[in-house]
Design a protein around this ligand. Structure first.
Ligand code: PMP
Length: 289
């Protein structure tokens, strides 16, 4: 596999960064996870827009235009002969002194890893996930805006560890007020009767690209969905639930904190939304060739 590193493609074994890079020393950087479906990059412009906004929020001046970034992403897929895959785009602050100051870092580093995707086992989609609420709270938006997709994922990693220790793959993270924010790497949707709900990004959720795509699909299918602060009680008593994310796509949830969601099997509307999502990704996207 060839990795894009600051304008060049290098063998993955040689794709290394300095130990003085502030991305490594302090988690000072940003990233995106993007999907390639049948030779088309899904929602590339939205991902690059979010990347640019993350950069702006952390005072990181990216010397690359949107077009250059898009071309580097497409070229990474072509060089690796990919038709379907997962693209990880990382921008680090670059090499600097041992101090915290970002001003010592002159050149941000651009890394693009385009690889085959390891899909979640099929049974998670047919049977649905059992998840827990993590005791680890989502970082306070006043400390670090959750909309920034930064390299600072320790908070989510600890919550994922809570999930793994409980024998689960995902965990719900609450915000400091006790409202549902999101899962460690996915956004959350629940249905009560004929209405869907998802936490607002102000509750501490990333503005997920898949979340946005599902909201669009819901509108087209005539489902109503409201962004609302949700409690654990709202989750436990939901009729249907699913998570959204670039890697997971749309994945049903059937149990939360030992409470069965709905009938304990993936819901009908979730199936319909999952199908509509698959349909969308096969039509929508930037062709790499
Ligand atoms: N929340 C978090 C914390 C994430 O890391 C992700 C994955 N990027 C998501 C939500 C889902 O976002 P997207 O649909 O853009 O992948």
């Amino acid at each position: 596999m060839k990795v894009y590193l600051n304008g060049q493609f290098v063998d993955s074994a040689e794709a290394t960064v300095s130990v003085f890079d502030h991305g490594l020393l302090y988690g000072d950087g940003i990233f995106e996870g993007i999907r390639l479906y049948k030779g088309c990059v899904f929602k590339l412009d939205e991902h690059l827009d979010r990347l640019e906004k993350s950069a702006k929020a952390i005072l990181l001046r990216m010397p690359w235009s949107r077009e250059q970034l898009a071309e580097a992403v497409c070229e990474s897929c072509r060089v690796n002969n990919l038709e379907d895959g997962y693209i990880r785009l990382v921008v680090t602050r670059g090499v600097g002194s041992l101090g915290l100051s970002h001003l010592s870092c002159k050149d941000p580093q651009l890394i693009i890893i385009a690889d085959k995707i390891t899909l979640y086992p099929e049974e998670h989609y047919t049977q649905g996930l059992k998840i827990i609420t993590s005791p680890t709270r989502r970082i306070n938006p006043a400390a670090l805006a959750p909309m920034v997709k930064s390299l600072n994922y320790l908070n989510n990693i600890l919550a994922k560890a809570d999930a793994n220790q409980a024998g689960c793959l995902e965990a719900i993270m609450l915000n400091d007020q006790g409202y549902v924010a999101e899962c460690t790497g996915d956004n959350i949707f629940i249905r009560h009767k004929d209405k869907w709900f998802t936490p607002p990004t102000a509750a501490g959720a990333l503005k997920g690209i898949t979340r946005g795509a599902v909201l669009e699909i819901m509108e087209k299918l005539g489902y109503s969905c409201e962004e609302m602060n949700l409690t654990r009680y709202d989750i436990w008593t939901a009729d249907e639930m699913f998570l959204t994310g670039t890697a997971a796509e749309v994945i049903p949830v059937v149990e939360v904190d030992s409470r069965t969601i709905g009938e304990g099997i993936p819901g009908k509307q979730t199936h319909q939304l999952l199908e509509a999502f698959h349909d969308l990704v096969s039509k929508d996207g930037v062709m790499i060739r």
